[in-house]
Design a binder for this molecule. Sequence first.
Ligand code: SAH
Ligand code: AVI
Length: 331
Amino acid sequence: MRALLDTGEIRIESWLSDAEERVLANDVLDGLTRPFKEIPPKHFYDARGSELFERICELPEYYPTRTERQILVRRAAEIVESTGAGELVELGSGAAAKARILLDAMGQAATLKRYIPIDVSERVVRDAAEQLVEDYDGLKVHGVVGDFERHLGRVPDADGAPRLVALLGGTIGNFPPGTRRGLLREIGALLGPEDRLLLGTDLVKDQAVLEAAYDDPQGVTAEFNRNVLHVINRELDADFVPDAFEHVAFFDRRHEWIEMRLRANRPCTVLISELGLRIEFAAGEELRTEISAKFTRDRIESDFKAAGLALERWYTDEQKLFALSLARRAT
Ligand code: SAH
Ligand code: AVI
């Protein structure tokens, strides 16, 4: 743990080690030497990747952000009232725009104490912490630059108030089913009897609507997708030519997930100097960069059950595009 800032109101610490490029290096070595190449989606999010994601959230085709926000606006008061929550722990907090809706409701219920954003992107944690303490009187922000797949055991203990642990935006869908259940189980281990998980999930819907959300005509999602190549070039001294890779996004009906891939538009050889690794791409060869699973209520209930959690409340929008689930540890 490294303290990055401590002012009394704001504490920001990093749980990422100096050897963090090793994690990227291992994922790249492992993922690019498989018969079907793959890189985990968390490597999209350097400062530029986080900015591109924010632009995606503003796109008319990308309905999840505005829909989840709308559900939160309608339900935040009820969520806070039913849980008595005074602390919000947010995993993959990003710009923390949705956190504000919950913090407002906690402020109105006079329970608000502390916000703990956890994100791999240092820039978003710092920006959110600095803005929030200005905007919320008396709020303490304990920001963490960390990886919620590896570091959940280090989440600070609750400060007496019941807390909400939130994983919003559909981020849980970026994990394949086995990993997803394992992660839900670890999140469940953070919950005391009064605490609740607030989970945002995108729902199964019309294929055309789904595919449009991941392939916008302005090419913002394509640039976000290619950002992982910029990250690898910079961090591992590689020579990917990002423009040689086309953005591909499609709905896989069997798995009910969106897949994003990068397709080499010509044969290429990429040298990853830090790894001493040379990787060949045939023309048309694809690299999977993300899955984004779409859910039904049944699937969420069975994932919860497998993870030792129980669904308590289910909130959705009128068109049933997106859902928020409130869950507790099963007894
Ligand atoms: N919760 C926000 C942001 C979603 S984007 C919203 O709903 O709009 C996903 C966020 O999760 C990014 O900010 C990314 O940096 C972060 N993230 C992805 N994988 C992570 C991991 N393993 N640990 C911590 N943060 C992660
Ligand atoms: C962060 N995550 C839930 C987004 C999603 O929809 O799966 C990331 C994203 N990928 C492309 N567009 C947005």
